[in-house]
Write a protein that binds this ligand. Structure first.
Ligand code: ADP
Length: 855
């Protein structure tokens, strides 16, 4: 019967015989086809399994005979089928705990089993296939639910733990497809999950998954399930071991965490120790538009920007391998808009008491704004740098710690150093040692206070070794929280400015020395308003005013000068504003006590935008004036004193002349006549002296009479011609009018002019007089062909006692009074006198007199 060939030769007739025989045999017989369906079971088999023949026949063996099922039997069936050799197996039934001995033989397309029940193992333990590592007894000690399955998922063995939970007996489970047991059958999803896992495991893969099972009504468990395939030495799949660990408590804790985590505004996720994603919070789902399931495993990668996927994965894998926290930045796609935003991703491993990583926790923080701000900062820094390169200054930036982190090209050029030599504190080697001590403490102080920094310091030119002065300025750059993140600074070359300042300081010192020397009075007054605003001690001393008077701004021009001098000041002011300075003039200062102080005034314009000042220089002129006064007094006195004896002398001379004539002593007449001429000359000099002193004193008197000018001038010309035969006096034209004036004084004018014309033209033969008139004026010009007058002296010849300095003029006698008197008389007649001259050619004096005069 263990012969395969015999069974193959069975005929229908003989099969009946065989069946009868089988029914009588003491052992239980099962005939299984190639799908382990029972095609035949004898009566004894019905007894052992407690099932009817109908319940057995046509049904799967492993399900219909749970009492007999074991891994050992299963393996033996497989072996018989594979080897086509009879075999036998002895084992304890996991259900009945009775000892069974089964003999197996191959049949055509199937296997035949003969089962014997025994009370005790008749055979030695070696009979049990060695490859059976698990038995119900062994597994019962474990808390985990463990079962051995056929590759199809039929339960061959199961331990106590799951049976207890399900309130089930072992026989209710053994031989059943696991997916149909109450644990799994409560929902098609769980069932399907298990079937799929078994299918994968039976292909040789270890399958891990989490699932929900229901051992009994009202009890739900979370299981972490592992299905491991077991292969024999020939690499044939023998069976599957399924182990399930209750993770319900953990799941609950995790769920609670999730509720919390979902409330966190960031994206939060968890992965398994191997890095495969397990969970992402609601916010992550909302943002990416993915479900938790889609994000699981490595589904989350889909939400990352294609360019960031590889780098992110690389960082993540390294973190998982090394078990250390990781941090990276990446762009995540927003599900609804498709836009990407930047996120900072952090992952931290979570370890158990043994230090084993049980999970990874991670967060994604939106840093888009920050990134944008950074980019903007970068862009603006870029702009700043471009700008900085165009600036003529040395431009630098430092961090909040004062370490230089940027400088422009100009800085490098000036110091003749590369940026690397200047960065950090490198630049300080170019700072003047004295300034280093002065500048750096200030710098650190401003670093603390955050105030803008400004200081002057010397920096060495790297090429020439010379130091130049720079104005260093630094401004803090703050972030939106007000924190200083940078300092932006410039160094401006102020060497030239410093030099100018120094020169100015020196010149100011010199001016100050002049002012303080108190030799001359110095004032400064506003052009606008003509108020004195400053005065030195010398001025205060000469005027008697106090510094308070100056400060109070009450010293106006009207107060400190004479009303009659106003035209002088007005002229000076006009001159100073157009030329920058005015010609010094004499005037009088009205002192504080009301007295008048003769002064000589000069002034220059001083521009202090927008205002203009006149700086006045005043010399006390009183000593000179006093001298002049004394001289005038002397002249006046002397001329008076001389006139009387001269008049007496002249009288006596003419008396003597007449007496001698009477006595007929003619020989003495010429001598006396010469005496008379000399006396006349002296008399004229004394008269002139007297006139001058009268003019000075303002006491020269004028008659108001009608003067026939033609007659007067004709008379004068005639007389002069007689006394001066050396020159011919030619009169051209006539004025044909008369005017009101002093006949003698006007005569004095033309006599003087004619005398000079003759005197200063010793080699000429003629002197001309041109007369003309207009309805308003008469003009008399006296022309000579003599020495002429140099240009620079032409104005001065009208001054008192002025005589031209040339040697030829000096050789001609005179006292410099004539033209002074002439000018005064012309002036008093409301007229003008001008001179035209060419040295060596001659001069021409023009007198213009008005015909009618006011007052
Ligand atoms: P003086 O007594 O010296 O002639 P005046 O007052 O008449 O004094 O003249 C002043 C000066 O002007 C003279 O010293 C002389 O140098 C110059 N001067 C006057 N008239 C003439 C002239 N016609 N030609 C040249 N120089 C003249």
């Amino acid at each position: 019967m263990s012969n395969t060939k015999q069974t193959r030769r069975l005929t229908p007739a003989s099969s009946d015989t065989l069946l009868t025989m089988l029914e009588t045999l003491p052992g239980a017989f099962f005939f299984l086809n190639d799908t382990d369906t029972i095609v035949y079971a004898n009566a004894r088999a019905q007894v052992i399994t407690g099932a009817t023949r109908e319940e057995l026949r046509g049904n799967p063996f492993w399900r219909s005979a749970p009492h007999l099922v074991s891994t050992a039997l299963y393996q033996a069936v497989l072996k018989t089928r594979q080897t086509q050799e009879p075999t036998e197996v002895e084992y304890g039934s996991p259900v009945t705990r009775t000892w069974l001995h089964v003999q197996l033989a191959p049949t055509m397309g199937g296997v035949m089993l003969q089962v014997h029940q025994r009370s005790a193992p008749a055979r030695h333990q070696e009979m049990v296939p060695r490859s059976q590592p698990l038995s119900g007894a062994v597994l019962d000690g474990l808390h985990a639910g463990i079962a051995v399955l056929t590759p199809e998922g039929i339960v061959l063995e199961i331990n106590e733990a799951p049976l207890d939970g399900a309130h089930m007996r072992r026989e209710e489970v053994i031989g059943q497809p696991l997916a149909q047991t109450p644990w799994w059958s409560f929902t098609p999803a769980s069932q399907e999950q298990l079937r799929a896992a078994i299918a994968r495991a039976s292909m040789g893969e270890t399958v891990l998954f989490e699932t929900l099972v229901r051992p009994r009504e009202g009890m739900l468990l979370h299981l972490e399930v592992a299905i491991t395939p077991h292969v024999n030495a020939d690499h044939h799949l023998e069976y599957l071991v399924i182990a399930g660990i209750d993770i319900t408590a953990r799941k609950r804790a995790e769920d609670e965490i999730r509720v919390l985590v979902d409330a966190i505004p960031q994206f939060v996720w968890m992965t398994r120790p191997d890095g495969s994603a397990e969970y992402c919070n609601q916010r992550w789902c909302d943002y990416t538009g993915m479900t938790v399931q889609q994000g699981q495993g490595d589904g989350w990668l889909q939400a990352i920007h294609p360019d960031d996927q590889q780098p992110t994965l690389a960082v993540w894998q390294r973190a998982v391998q090394t078990g250390t926290s990781s941090e990276t930045e990446m762009r995540l796609r927003q599900g609804t808009t498709g836009d990407y935003r930047w996120f900072l991703v952090r992952a931290v491993p979570f370890t158990d008491a043994q230090g084993q990583i049980v999970k990874w926790f991670g967060t994604c923080t939106d840093i888009e704004e920050q990134k944008r701000a950074e980019q903007q900062l970068k862009a603006s820094e870029e702009n700043l740098r471009v700008l900085a390169e165009t600036l003529p200054q040395l431009v630098w930036t430092t961090g909040a710690d004062n370490r230089l982190d940027y400088c422009n090209q100009r800085y490098c050029e000036y110091t003749h150093a590369a940026f690397e030599q200047l960065q950090g504190h490198g630049w300080r080697q170019f700072l003047h040692p004295e300034d280093d001590e002065g500048v750096m403490p200030l710098r650190y102080q401003t670093l603390e206070t955050g105030e803008p920094f400004e200081s002057e310091c010397r920096l060495r030119n790297g090429q020439t070794g010379e130091y130049r002065w720079f104005l260093a300025r630094g401004m803090p750059v703050r972030d939106e929280t007000g924190q200083i993140v940078k300092w932006f600074g410039t160094n401006t070359d102020i060497e030239d400015q410093k030099r100018v300042e120094e020169a100015l300081r020196q010149s100011q010192e010199r001016i100050r020395a002049l002012i303080d020397s108190n030799i001359i009075g110095i004032t400064s007054g506003e052009v606008e308003g003509e108020v004195l605003v400053e005065a030195n001690d010398a001025w205060l001393h000469m005027s008697g005013y106090t510094p308070e008077d100056v400060r109070s701004r009450t010293l106006t021009r009207a107060r400190i000068t004479l009303p009659e001098d106003a035209p002088l000041f007005e002229r000076a002011l006009q001159e100073v504003t157009t030329r920058g300075q005015h010609t010094p003039f004499e005037t009088e200062l009205v002192c504080k006590d009301g007295s008048r102080l003769p002064i000589l005034v000069g002034g220059v314009l001083f521009q202090d935008h927008p205002r203009q000042f006149v700086v006045g220089f005043m010399l006390d002129n009183s000593a000179r004036k006093e001298l002049e006064r004394r001289k005038d007094d002397f002249i006046s006195m002397a001329s008076h004193e001389l006139r009387n004896p001269l008049t007496a002398l002249k009288l006596q001379t003419s008396l003597l002349q007449r007496q001698l004539a009477k006595q007929g002593l003619q020989a003495s007449v010429p001598a006396l006549s010469r005496m008379e001429t000399q006396l006349n000359t002296i008399t004229r000099l004394v008269e002139e002296l007297l006139d001058v002193s009268k003019i000075q004193a303002g006491r020269l008197e004028y008659l108001q009479e009608t003067v026939d000018l033609d007659a007067l001038l004709g008379e004068i010309a005639e007389t002069m011609q007689q006394t001066h035969p050396s020159h011919r006096i030619l009169v051209h034209g006539a004025v044909r009018t008369s005017l009101i004036g002093d006949r003698d004084r006007l005569g004095q004018v033309f006599i003087n002019l004619l005398e000079n014309a003759i005197k200063y033209a010793p080699d000429a033969q003629t002197v001309e007089m041109d007369l003309s008139s207009s309805p308003e004026t008469v003009t008399i010009r006296v022309r000579d062909h003599g020495l002429g007058i140099p240009r620079e002296q032409r104005d001065k010849i009208f001054e008192r006692f002025y005589r031209a300095a040339g040697p030829k003029q000096r050789a001609i006698s005179g006292l410099g009074m004539g033209l002074y008197i002439v000018a005064e008389i012309v002036k008093r007649h409301g007229g003008t006198i001008t001179v035209d001259s060419e040295v060596g050619k001659g001069s021409s004096f023009t007198v213009t007199l008005p015909l009618t005069r006011d007052a």
